[in-house]
Design a binder for this molecule. Structure first.
Ligand code: SAH
Ligand code: SF4
Length: 381
């Protein structure tokens, strides 16, 4: 997405943009000007930046660029959901989904091409892992979505008010680019989305959850999916490294540090006759007793050869009722966009798998932690 010698300004948050202008011998206020041009006015040609001198425009074009991925496919679902497939350099593609609701519009953004964590019920995981997205490639999804609704009557009701990092990939396995991208989402000179409306969703990478509070105050969602370690070990293999108690402790610590009334979102994908029994609901209610949270139940979205099925509505409702009776705010996520394969866990892009995923990942985290695992995933031994 970037020419080797030029820096792609699309992915620079305010502090890095200011540092960039300082190295050019320019005043830091140039950073806010350029951020506004790129992210608020959608300009990617320096010559259109009219409050910047011709001389500086030319200098910027010499050392930098504003490059966006190519949208290769876009489709609207009958329920108003819109999905884009964006082609990234290297040939793989990622998916982004916009979900309009009465009072908001949620954009579901990808953070990696594929995912190495190989949760047993997730089609992204089944595709394997190719590579991390850069900050530019992550924020480009927001840029393109915002632009795609501009200049039309639909612009008002189709605004991107919320962003969730619930597309392809595990955001906390791509920490720095994700931090830069969410900083741009929340930046007043860029998208200005409130910290309550930008959500990082994680399957539980504990050391990275612990790093979060020094870097952001975005909302956090934990993909729990099981009320005990024995079952979670099977569904979410990363649990073998960081079991439930450690994950909940790390999440509670982050949420407590926010100093406001926000609570953790616990996501629980319901798999028929696997994790949706009455005893699982009771165990979950017990498990979360000391975790201020709201629970979001996601009925499984099927994909070919998954080996799982979606529970009946009766089973979903009895599971929800138990949690509600135990005092938890519990919602069942409406399935959206499934006619265009845009529902949770159906995002697959086109991923060239470069790993053997979870077995190797688990071996690596056991031997040397995430840094070693990540180096390996990047192809370094
Ligand atoms: N890697 C992150 C974010 C991406 S997955 C995470 O795991 O949290 C976003 C959510 O979709 C997660 O809660 C995930 O467990 C859920 N999900 C994955 N596959 C699914 C499927 N087939 N049906 C329903 N939900 C699924
Ligand atoms: Fe990766 Fe999340 Fe899918 Fe698990 S559920 S494989 S962590 S994207």
């Amino acid at each position: 997405m970037t020419t080797a010698s030029k820096i792609n300004l699309l992915g620079l948050p305010l502090d890095k943009m200011q540092a960039f202008f300082t190295t050019l011998g320019e005043k830091p206020f140039r950073a806010t000007q350029v951020l506004k041009w790129i992210h608020q006015r959608g300009v990617h040609d320096f010559t259109e930046m009219t409050d910047i001198s011709k001389k500086l425009q030319a200098r910027l074009a010499e050392v930098s660029e504003i490059v966006l991925p190519e949208v290769t496919w876009q489709k609207d679902s009958q329920d108003g959901t819109r999905k884009w497939v964006m082609k990234m350099p290297g040939g793989s593609a990622v998916e982004t989904v916009f979900i309009p609701e009465d009072d908001r519009g949620t954009l579901c953004v990808s953070s990696q091409i594929g995912c190495a964590l190989d949760c047993s019920f997730c089609s992204t995981g089944k595709q394997g892992f190719n590579r991390d997205l850069s900050a530019a490639e992550i924020i480009a999804q927001v840029w393109l979505a915002v632009r795609s609704f501009e200049g039309k009557d639909e612009v008002r009701q189709r605004r991107v008010t919320n962003v969730v990092l619930m597309g392809m990939g595990e955001p906390l396995m791509n920490f720095e680019p994700v931090m830069d991208a969410i900083s741009l989402m929340m930046e007043d000179n860029a998208y200005g989305i409130s910290k309550r409306r930008v959500t990082i969703s994680t399957s539980g990478v504990v050391p990275e959850i612990r790093k979060l509070k020094a870097r952001t105050d975005a909302a956090l969602a934990l993909s729990l999916h099981a009320p005990n370690d024995q079952l979670r070990d099977q569904l979410v293999p990363v649990n073998r490294k960081w079991p439930i108690a450690e994950v909940l402790d790390a999440c509670n610590d982050y949420m407590a540090g926010l100093g406001d009334k926000r609570v953790l979102t616990v996501e629980y994908t319901l798999l028929s006759e696997v994790n949706d029994e009455l005893e699982h609901a009771h165990q979950l209610a017990e498990l979360l007793r000391d975790t201020p949270c709201k629970i979001n139940l996601i009925p499984f979205n099927p994909f070919p050869n998954s080996g799982y099925s979606r529970p009946s509505n009766n089973r979903i409702h009895r599971f929800r009722d138990i949690l509600q009776q135990a005092g938890y705010v519990t919602t069942v996520r409406k399935t959206r966009g499934d006619d265009i394969d845009a529902a949770c866990g159906q995002l697959v892009g086109q991923v060239v798998d470069l790993t053997r995923r979870s077995e190797r990942f688990i071996e690596l985290v056991e031997s040397g932690g995430t840094a070693a695992a990540r180096a390996h995933l990047r192809g370094e031994q």
